[in-house]
Design a protein around this ligand. Structure first.
Ligand code: TMP
Length: 217
């Protein structure tokens, strides 16, 4: 079965994940790669509806378990409807957030049991894990963010929550150093993009040499 490459972007809100992912998409397409950009929660009709429910500030009574299951439901739909078929077609799938977000936000941030989230996550993704995760290292105080834009339900949470999320991401990066690469966000968008391209190029090179290697019987 032909297998594409699955790359995810993680990090805090306003870290420039989407901008960087879109720039990378453009670059990879210019090099002839078949590339698809998607985001979580969302990128399916059902997922976009779930996204609205999750981020709506009026839903401040949502239980933490309901929140986690909704993120996971959106992911299950995305895997089934978009990610698995695209990988089967040999595409490079660029996804703005994936399972690590649930571990960082609902696990380390909200205090749900990370081991349980991993089990539920496996069910939702049917074991599909990213080949590479780019973790954007960036921090902006919530007070500044609240003054700049209309924050959603998750962005409204206090600095302490977002600090736990950030720490959680670093714990995950320590656990999966082969997969999760930390990219410090530079003041210039292109500077950060250059670092991302270098990491992605070496991942693509490694993947193509792995494919050339004779498979073990
Ligand atoms: P964003 O992708 O535009 O940053 O918005 C999605 C928000 O949802 C963001 O605050 C992070 C949060 N989130 C979780 O809390 N858990 C998850 O599993 C995912 C995918 C996102």
């Amino acid at each position: 079965m032909s297998r594409g490459i699955f790359i995810t972007f993680e990090g805090p809100e306003k870290s420039g994940k989407s901008t960087q992912a879109r720039l990378l998409e453009k670059y990879l397409k210019s090099k002839g790669w078949k590339t698809l950009f998607i985001r979580e929660p969302g990128s399916t009709v059902i997922g976009e509806k779930i996204r609205r429910v999750l981020l709506d500030r009026k839903n401040d009574g949502m239980s933490l378990v309901a929140e986690m299951l909704l993120y996971t439901a959106s992911r299950a739909q995305l895997v089934e409807e978009v990610i698995r078929p695209a990988l089967r077609r040999g595409m490079i799938v660029l996804c703005d957030r994936f399972q690590d977000s649930t571990l960082a936000y609902q696990g380390y941030g909200c205090g749900l049991d990370v081991a349980v989230l991993e089990k539920v996550g496996k069910l939702a993704t049917s074991g599909i894990t990213p080949d590479l995760t780019l973790l954007l290292d960036f921090w902006q105080s919530r007070d500044k963010l609240k003054n700049e834009s209309a924050p959603d339900r998750i962005e409204l949470r206090p600095d302490a929550f977002h600090q736990r999320v950030k720490k959680g991401y670093f714990v995950l990066a320590g656990r999966y150093p082969q997969r999760i690469k930390i990219v410090r966000v530079e003041p210039g968008i292109q500077e950060t993009q250059a670092k991302i391209r270098e990491i992605v190029e070496s991942c693509l090179l490694k993947k193509s040499s792995d494919k050339k290697r004779p498979s073990r019987s």
